[in-house]
Design a protein around this ligand. Structure first.
Ligand SMILES: OC[C@@H]1[C@@H](O)[C@H](O)[C@@H](O)c2nc(CNc3ccccc3)cn21
Length: 467
């Protein structure tokens, strides 16, 4: 057979030849979190959260940025749902501010808080948008932090009580519930390194907070099974760890980093045990947990949410607690938050997840990137204002393609929530990091759909065909 001239085509041309249709029923949406968009943190009887306190503590956030106004969503929620409808979203992942519902964290219920989220859910449903509700996205009531917060084993009962109030009020209209958003970040950021609220830096506290978060997760799932009729899951941030070299030390560093971020929460939640590396990592700071705790933690789940942003090329190096660290890639593309754009990592991660935990349904509950966006300036032919953000569109396209590859390889990915619906408060980094597919002018609160948002609308309308 004469050697056929190999058809050379560019990756883009190859991509254009690929059929990107996603499975029927694949759920397309976008995500936010209460503290990052709502503003009005103390309105209508709400109590302060640890983020209300942390952000008002001098030096804790960039430029002293707080969530006092944010995107003013607490007042503009109906217009924002209209924006979601204009984008053609099929789903919207949001979180509830615990201290709006229970101002002291337990006990007295603030009906105005429930009413706000009830109205939001009804407006979503009226616009054919499915709500995905996250109970906890980092904003613990300050009153509970005063009682030890996640360091107090009573937090499991507190969290189950809070979840039960919302299950009774909203279940049926809300059919997909999430207990915790990213226990890893809550622990690593809030209790080990201190970069996030409540700002502790204590290697003995971190494993205790982490374990109690998972106990609280289990208690909230147990409570749901007694009250709810639909689905509940856990959301984790995980990232693939690749060895910087072929050395034995780097391989060991990868094992530690992988156990610390990727297995520390999925193992107890799905397998009922911790990876053995955690004892090595924390040493004398790793407690002996009561065996019955793991029976509470390992509750059957309807899905796992995976938040994916980047990978880590990892080497052995002196650092606490891992003695491992990321190596910058000289030829890599990086976002404004310093994360390498590496979509293949998402495919690799999803294949690992299936191989390790089996066929539990997966939603990509966050994926997105902060890039410097040009100001809202020019307009398109129809006179609509534009925000040209090609890097974000490329990021989203590449990661959706990576998900498509994982689905083709048999991973049961059920949906995708772009992070984020709109530019918002990036925690300690303030308002300078923009992840939205919709631009927010914080001076006027004007929203402008970015080019990435317009592109995403076309992708949703074509069920992936326009990728
Ligand atoms: O940083 C972007 C988003 C953030 O706005 C979300 O509230 C949060 O759920 C979220 N989690 C990650 C994943 N990784 C991460 C790693 C270190 C620190 C903070 C987040 C990114 N993001």
């Amino acid at each position: 057979m004469p050697q056929q001239a190999r058809e050379e085509s560019s990756p883009m041309a190859q991509a254009q030849q690929k059929d990107f249709s996603f499975p029927k029923g694949f759920l397309w949406g976008a995500a936010t979190a209460a503290h990052q968009i709502e503003g009005s943190p103390l309105a209508d009887g709400a109590g302060p959260s640890i983020w209300t306190r942390f952000a008002h503590t001098p030096g804790m956030t960039a430029n002293g940025d707080t969530g006092d106004v944010a995107c003013d969503h607490y007042r503009r929620w109906k217009d924002d749902v209209r924006l979601m409808r204009e984008l053609g979203l099929q789903a919207y992942r949001f979180s509830v501010s615990w201290s709006r519902i229970l101002p002291e964290g337990t006990g007295r219920v603030n009906q105005a808080g429930i009413d706000f989220y009830s109205r939001l859910v009804d407006e979503l449903l009226a616009n054919d948008i499915e709500p995905l509700l996250t109970l906890y996205h980092w904003d613990l009531p300050a009153a509970l932090d005063d009682r030890g917060g996640w360091l107090n084993r009573d937090c499991a009962d507190w969290f189950a009580e809070y979840g039960s109030v919302l299950y009774r009020a909203l279940d049926g209209r809300v059919k997909k519930w999430v207990t915790l958003n990213e226990p890893w970040v809550v622990t690593d950021g809030g209790y080990l390194h201190g970069a996030l609220a409540p700002g502790h830096r204590n290697r003995y506290e971190a494993p205790i907070a982490s374990h109690n978060l998972m106990r609280a997760h289990g208690a909230a799932v147990q409570a749901y099974r007694a009250i709810g009729q639909h689905e509940i899951g856990l959301v984790v941030n995980i990232e693939p760890k690749y060895a910087a070299s072929g050395s034995v030390d780097d391989a060991a560093a990868v094992k530690r980093a992988h156990a610390y971020m990727n297995e520390q929460y999925l193992h107890p939640a799905l397998l009922g045990r911790y990876p053995p590396e955690l004892g090595e990592i924390f040493g004398d700071a790793w407690p002996q947990f009561p065996p019955e705790d793991f029976e509470l933690i390992v509750q059957p789940l309807d899905f796992i949410g995976i938040n994916y942003y980047t990978r880590s090329v990892t080497e052995a190096r002196r650092s606490y607690p891992l003695d491992a660290g990321p190596v910058k890639q000289p030829l890599g593309t990086y976002t404004e938050t310093g994360w390498e754009v590496f979509p293949q990592g998402l495919t690799d991660l999803l294949l690992w997840f299936k191989q390790t935990y089996g066929d539990i349904p997966v939603y990509i509950t966050e994926n997105g990137a902060a890039f410097f966006d040009p100001p809202v300036a020019d307009t398109d032919a129809a006179g609509d204002r534009r925000v040209r953000d090609p890097l974000r569109t490329d990021y989203l396209r590449q990661h959706l393609s990576a998900i498509h590859d994982a689905i083709a390889a048999g991973v049961d990915v059920r949906g995708y929530m772009a992070w984020s619906l709109m530019d918002n408060l990036e925690w300690s980094l303030g308002y300078g990091k923009r992840f939205g597919i919709v631009h927010v002018n914080y001076g006027t609160q004007e929203r402008t759909i970015k080019d990435s948002g317009r592109w995403y609308s076309r992708v949703i309308a074509s069920q992936g065909g326009a990728l």
